[in-house]
Design a protein. Sequence first.
Length: 127
Amino acid sequence: MGLVAITLNDRIYRLVCDDGEEDRLVELAGYVKGKVEQVRADVGSAGDERLILMAALMIADELFDARASGGLDRSGSQSSSALGEADPVRRLKAVAAEMASKSETNTPAQPPAPNAAAPKAKRRDVA
């Protein structure tokens, strides 16, 4: 088994992979790291989980677009024209703005009444 140390958003993650797959894992991690850095540059400071989630959504958006358009090059990778870099960023910013506005509007103006039923599950916002 191979072991690879990946640094993402100033944290080190140690991942296990099959022997011989280390270079591919490092390459994939580099791509994800680039997306995380792009999100950080576009939306500013955010928590690790939110940055990684937003980067994952951008990558998923690229994958869905590539599947829909058949935009794969000869190596099986997405061609740069199929990635549509600006479009996922614009979509991500719109989703982030919508999430921010919903979290502001969902904040109760007054605390719940003492006899109000407690929520069944706790909500955890990622900052």
